[in-house]
Design a protein around this ligand. Structure first.
Ligand code: CP
Ligand code: NVA
Length: 299
């Protein structure tokens, strides 16, 4: 079929990723300057979302509108997907009517099956395993605030989840050092860790944050884990990113969170609303990074 997909960060080479982030920064400047760039004119984006979303949905829909195209949002509730139409058939049909498809779903394997049957590029808008679009925005944000992330130390504090997995991939692709600090029982995928470059598990969050250039966290219970919320709140109690933890990082360390955030759980209000935090730039950059991604995949 030959379409180029973006299911994980590794679907692009380190050079391509670096160029993409440079382009995202350019597209942001163009947008600010009011320069029109209608490279998506007459293009259609189909958006299959089996989980809730604010940022991912709005950033993709805005990107399509601002760049001259259109987006169609599809939830299982209103489509035949919710009534059992196979994912493979949905992929075949949507790819005959649209130019690019974004999918947010549960099992990563389901996304892979979708992509295998799509004749147009498929983008991962989050699965249980990875969230690569978010990490593109995070890296754009780091570069804008501090320059290259190469050789820097990033502390991931919290759950070994989809965001953590995309950070593990990013460490090798962007040559930064990643310390992953998760409570026992919440480690990231060990197979991924085994193949990872410059990633270490540091159980003690204070030790993980020591001298870090960037501290990142995410919710303790991801979408689909709502029933584990109470147990997780207990298990993650020592893994909150608060003022004491940030004080261990470099004085000019940045704090990121993909959002939505729960103040008083994974992050204290003083950190997310404080001077280290760049979460609003990080959220905005979803728009610019994804425009650059669409440009790359549709080139
Ligand atoms: N960070 C992120 O993906 O947010 P949404 O779930 O709101 O899309
Ligand atoms: N880990 C979170 C990220 C939300 C953007 C989740 O999967 O729910």
């Amino acid at each position: 079929m030959g379409a180029r997909h973006f299911l994980t960060l590794s679907d692009l080479s380190p050079d391509e990723l670096t160029a993409l982030l440079k382009r995202a920064i350019e597209l942001k400047a163009m947008q600010r300057a009011g320069v029109r760039h209608e490279f998506l004119k007459n293009k259609v984006l189909a958006m299959v979302f089996e989980k809730s979303s604010t940022r991912t949905r709005v950033s993709f829909e805005s990107a399509m509108i601002q760049c001259g195209g259109g987006a169609i949002f599809l939830s299982p509730r209103d489509t035949q997907l919710g009534r059992g139409e196979p994912i493979e058939d949905t992929a075949r049909v949507l790819s005959r009517m649209s130019d690019v498809i974004v999918v947010r779903t549960f099992e990563h394997e389901k996304l892979e099956r979708f992509a295998a049957h799509s004749g147009v590029p498929v983008i991962n808008a989050l699965t249980d395993k990875y969230h690569p679009c978010q990490v593109l925005a995070d890296l754009q944000t780091y570069i804008e605030h501090r320059g290259s992330i190469k050789g820097k130390t990033v502390a991931w504090v919290g759950d070994g989840n989809n965001m953590c997995h995309s950070y593990i991939e990013a460490a090798g692709l962007f040559s930064f050092h990643l310390r992953v600090s998760t409570p026992p029982g919440y480690d990231p995928d060990h197979a991924l860790l085994r193949n990872a470059k410059s990633v270490e598990l540091v159980r003690d969050p204070m030790q993980a944050a020591h001298g870090a250039d960037l501290v990142v966290t995410d919710v303790w219970a991801s979408m689909g884990q709502e029933e584990e919320q109470a147990a997780r709140a207990r298990d993650f109690a020592d893994y909150q990113v608060n003022g004491k933890l940030m004080a261990r990082a470099k004085p000019d360390a940045l704090f990121m969170h993909c959002l939505p955030a729960h103040r008083g759980e994974e992050v204290s209000a003083e950190v997310i609303d404080g001077p280290h935090s760049v979460v609003w730039d990080e959220a905005e950059n979803r728009l610019h990074a994804q425009k650059a991604l669409l440009e790359k995949l549709l080139a």
